[in-house]
Write a protein that binds this ligand. Structure first.
Ligand SMILES: Cc1cc2nc3c(=O)[nH]c(=O)nc-3n(C[C@H](O)[C@H](O)[C@H](O)COP(=O)(O)O)c2cc1C
Length: 368
């Protein structure tokens, strides 16, 4: 039978009862200082939980160096683990599933977020074009980052492994490695930001090495059947850029397949990678269609989907599930609305990042 958005799906060890996935969404509403999830965050995730539905919790820095914006939650301190535990408990009480996105922003940071005011780290000492978001919420040009020494890379990989252990301790059902949208792992992958001449730069194999090592280390902690990875081939976000995406991503995804990860999550380039603008690029390749042949496990697609386009994608077999970002911000009961083909609340872009309950927990659900 042709699957629909409401057919059950096994994603590695996770058993979903439908395929309307909540995309990872940075909302900058953790406690500050401390970057700890709060009771307001618990309420936000509780509202968006459905029995057997999958939530990919927002990007959470794996270390202080991995932070790039104010009030984004972390997963490296005891208080953060405890804060997240309240979120996972609330989701599990409603029989939902929740994985945590592991995030390191690399050069998309500012010294005001860094330990002792140091410089952000990156594969190469090349400043990103654009503006950083400082700890005081000011916008200033990105600084020139410090290139990571090869000898620092084992500790970086260990901080991903530690974050996976912490996520497990916080009660998450799994983790998603953030390899998209111009952040650290994508900075290593792509030619625009990686000018290294050691084992982690140059050839496609070398630029893929860190991502593959991180994926292996995180899988060793959580089990590969609890681990996914998010990539954005052809995407444009945070000054990302790759001269020749097809060979790079074909190699990377084929190698990731050998690790037998639970899922691959691809952001379609037709949407702005981080949903930051109302763009709808035409005539760009479909990442899920292109890379489906080299990925044997579950594929989740994201980027400008609505109910009808998501159904078509799944019916055609280009992806197994669809992650929704902005629609899930504005519609806490999105799966129910899509299932019943009901009207959707419009989102308010002005309250996406930072603030309190307005534009966060006050979007209405339909009466059931
Ligand atoms: C407010 C906001 C925050 C986001 N934060 C993240 C994030 O933490 N991690 C990530 O991988 N993508 C993030 N994204 C991108 C979304 O997950 C998604 O890929 C994008 O919005 C396109 O999907 P949509 O058209 O369904 O919104 C964010 C997008 C928005 C609008």
């Amino acid at each position: 039978m042709t699957p629909t958005l409401f057919s059950p799906l096994d994603i590695g060890a996770l058993h979903l009862s439908h395929r309307v996935v909540m995309a990872p969404l940075t909302r900058m509403r953790a406690s500050s200082p401390g970057n700890v999830p709060t009771t307001l965050n618990v309420e936000y995730y509780r509202q968006r939980t459905t029995a057997g539905g999958l939530i990919i919790a927002e990007g959470s820095q794996i270390s202080q160096k991995g932070q790039g914006m104010p009030a984004t939650p972390g997963i490296y301190s005891a208080a953060q683990i405890e804060g997240w535990r309240a979120v996972t408990d609330a989701v599990h009480e409603k029989s939902g599933l929740i994985v945590l996105q592991l995030w390191h922003v690399g050069r998309i940071s500012h010294s005001s977020h860094q330990p002792n005011g140091g410089l952000p780290v990156a594969p190469s000492a090349i400043a990103a074009a654009g503006n950083a978001f400082t700890a005081n919420s000011e916008r200033v040009p990105f600084e020139q980052p410090q290139a990571l020494e090869a000898t620092e890379i084992p500790a970086l990989i260990e901080s991903y492994a530690q974050a996976a252990r912490n996520a497990k301790a916080a009660g998450f059902d799994g983790v998603e490695i953030h390899g998209a949208n111009g952040y650290l792992l994508e900075q290593f992958l792509q030619s625009r930001s990686n000018h290294r001449d050691d084992n982690y730069g140059g050839s496609v194999e070398n630029r893929s090495r860190l991502v593959l090592e991180v994926a292996a280390a995180v899988s060793a902690e959580f089990g590969a059947d609890h681990v996914g990875i998010r990539l954005s081939p052809y995407g444009v976000a945070n000054d990302s850029g790759e001269d020749d995406p097809l060979p790079l991503y074909t190699y990377l995804i084929s190698e990731l397949a050998k690790l037998d990860l639970a899922y691959l999550h691809l952001i379609e380039p037709r949407a702005s990678g981080a949903g930051q603008a109302e763009v709808d690029h035409k005539n760009v390749p479909s990442a899920s269609e292109l890379f489906r042949p080299v990925w044997p496990n579950v594929l989740i697609a994201a980027g400008n989907y609505r109910g009808d386009s998501a159904e078509t994608l799944i019916a055609k077999g280009h992806a197994d599930a669809v992650a929704f970002g902005r629609l899930f911000i504005a519609n806490p009961d999105l799966p129910e609305r899509l299932r019943r083909n009901l009207d959707l609340n419009a989102y308010d872009r002005g309250t996406f990042y930072g603030g309190g309950q307005e534009g966060y927990t006050d979007y209405p659900a339909v009466a059931s």
